[in-house]
Design a protein around this ligand. Structure first.
Ligand code: ADP
Ligand code: MG
Length: 594
């Protein structure tokens, strides 16, 4: 064990650790993804600092990740030259700080509504190491710590922090040593390990190396007598020795022996996916990238990959997740970390608002060629080029939404997940209001199951029909059977059933669609365009006595009484006046006032 100070894990962290340690979860390999992702984050941080302060890299200018498996000692060691942690950071980051989301994760796990694969999304990915080891040691050296520190834990209860007895073996960065459990020894096998590293490192922009061994046979006589051996030098400057040769004169095999040669093998490709040509990529490439990028375990519902040319060049990939992030529309602060900003492939921040709230369900990245690198994050966030990037991203996102809305196989699911968001776009995005109002959908008397657009509604309108008719409420069946829809439906008019809570807000900004007013069936102002005015005034005169009586008797509750032709079976209906709140809106407002 390590000599030093002992600390208890924070209580939610303890619970996660307890679950991980006792888990029979099969996909234990996810620990490697979490460690690689942490190493890459740490490298991103030091690289970002070095943009404005190049000295910070000091005598450790290389930014990389190196992995070594030691089968004899059952150790797996992952080292990065990232930002490192001082004693206080080791204590807080790996033990005592409660992360927002962790307690939620615990209850999701306990109720079997989440599995450990999602651990990275909840800010506790590091603890997944306990799927494969019973002891983990973290040595770390940050620029501001006088000594290399060591953190160690063997259980869900506590951990120890002390000065590393080996001295400063790292110039800067973090070395994580896993003491692999017997049932997880497969992760020390080179092929298994190499395959996993390849999988998890493909989208990491720093080089990742694995210490590999190769059996190489060589001709023992070669060292003594090399007359039959031709030695060539290949492009890398490595000597290419033919592995086995036969003596042309005697046909007798040469005597050879095997030796093990170790080397660092680079496991990831250099070029990030967004810098590659879309034509060279297939859907699977994007799906894999999305999963590693977003930590989501499902493929995305849709993606778009594009580049902008001219004096503001950038590349971008945007994704629509398969399911909507929980409560994303309620999140008023936009630091939702959904769009990552890179400048010339260097990760800068995920806290810049690059998409408006209504599009906050979209995740992805932007890599700019023209933003400056050597300025502070604050200066960058105010840069004028960001404005153009933003509006281009919005345009591309809308294009993606429009495509999916027109795709019969995908649109129903899209509107189920994101229909409300697009309606919010109509309310909040003045510039794109018109475009978006053509995309949004509603339930309708025209079809029992599908949704309809206002565009299609208009196509089906009767020739003299002056308005688009709707009713609002919370329950679809109730609306279908409400007295106010009887007449229009009986007379062959289509009625929209607005049951989405946001619809009430939507209607306040969507008064007209393509020149046609939207008219509530339960508000004054309804017109069919084929009313028999004479008949109406005749009836009004006929029932004036009843009307007067109703009005005076109910004066406390109503404004006026009108004889109308809007009802078929029911004798009367209570409706709101033209500019008043609908009954449903009153309900919503009352609910919010609580
Ligand atoms: P997350 O990565 O979501 O923050 P983790 O549990 O994976 O959650 O890691 C917790 C924290 O520990 C990280 O936020 C980071 O501050 C710190 N950390 C983990 N690994 C490293 C590392 N290799 N280098 C520097 N800091 C690290
Ligand atoms: Mg992590």
């Amino acid at each position: 064990g390590v000599k030093g100070d002992k600390f208890e894990f924070q209580s939610d962290n303890k619970k996660v650790l307890d679950i991980v340690i006792n888990s029979v979860y099969k996909s234990k390999e996810i620990f490697l993804r979490e460690l690689v992702s942490n190493a890459a984050d740490a490298l991103d941080k030091i690289r970002f600092q070095s943009l404005t302060k190049p000295d910070i890299l000091g005598d450790q200018p290389d930014l990389d990740i190196r992995i070594v498996a030691d089968k004899e000692r059952k150790l797996l060691v992952i080292t990065d030259t990232g930002i490192g942690m001082n004693a206080d950071e080791l204590k807080k980051n790996l033990g005592t700080i409660a992360r927002s989301g962790t307690s939620e994760f615990v209850s999701l796990l306990e109720n079997k509504n989440a599995d450990l694969n999602m651990i990275g999304q909840f800010g506790v990915g590091f603890y997944s190491v306990f799927l494969v080891c019973d002891r983990v040691t973290v040595a770390s050296k940050s620029n501001d710590s006088p000594h290399q520190m060591i953190w160690e834990s063997t259980s869900e209860n506590d951990f120890t922090i002390g000065v590393d007895p080996r001295g400063d073996t790292l110039k800067r960065g973090t070395e994580i040593t896993l003491h692999i459990k017997d049932e997880a020894l497969e992760f020390l096998e080179e092929t298994r390990l190499g395959g996993l590293i390849q999988k998890y490192s493909e989208f990491i922009t720093f080089p990742i190396y694995l210490w590999t061994s190769k059996a190489e046979s060589y001709d023992i006589e070669n060292d003594v007598d090399s007359e039959n051996i031709s030695v060539t030098v290949n492009e890398d400057g490595v000597e290419d020795v033919p592995l086995s040769t036969t003596d042309a004169d005697t046909e007798e095999p040469k005597k050879t022996e095997t030796r093990t040669v170790h080397s660092w093998e680079r496991m990831n490709q250099n070029k990030p996916i967004w810098a590659r040509k879309p034509l060279d990529l297939v859907t699977d490439d994007y799906n894999e990238f999305y999963k590693s990028f977003s930590k989501d375990s499902s493929d995305p519902m849709a993606y778009t990959h594009f580049s902008a040319e001219g004096d503001n060049e950038f590349k971008s990939i945007l994704f629509i997740p398969k399911t909507a992030p929980p409560n994303f529309l309620q999140k008023l602060d936009l630091n939702v970390k959904n769009i990552k900003l890179f400048v010339r492939r260097i990760f800068i921040t995920d806290e810049t608002e690059l998409l408006p709230r209504w599009l906050s369900f979209i995740t992805g990245l932007v890599d700019s060629d023209d933003l400056p690198l050597n300025v502070s994050r604050e200066t960058l966030q105010k840069h004028h080029l960001l404005k153009t990037i933003k509006s281009k991203l919005i345009a591309k996102a809308i294009e993606m939404i429009r495509t999916i809305a027109n795709d019969e196989t995908k649109s129903a699911e899209f509107f189920k997940q994101y229909g409300t968001a697009v309606k919010l776009g109509v309310v909040e995005d003045k510039k794109n209001k018109e475009k978006l109002s053509k995309i949004i959908r509603f339930h309708s008397s025209f079809s029992d199951d599908g949704l309809t657009t206002l565009v299609d509604y208009k196509k089906r309108m009767k020739s003299k029909q002056p308005q688009i008719y709707y009713v609002t409420g919370t329950n679809l069946d109730e609306l279908r059977n409400s007295p106010v829809v009887e007449v229009p439906i009986a007379r062959g008019y289509e009625v929209l059933y607005l049951v989405d809570p946001i619809d009430e807000y939507l209607l306040q900004s969507l008064i007209l669609f393509d020149g046609t007013p939207l008219q509530s069936l339960s508000k004054a102002g309804l017109a069919y365009g084929d009313e028999d005015k004479d008949q109406e005034s005749k009836l009004t005169a006929q029932f004036s006595g009843l009307s007067e009586w109703l009005k005076s008797t109910l004066s406390e509750y109503i404004d006026t009484v009108t004889v109308s032709t809007r009802l078929a079976k029911s004798p009367t209906a209570v409706i709101a006046n033209k500019n008043g709140l609908s009954g449903n809106m009153e309900k919503i407002m009352n609910a919010q006032a609580l």
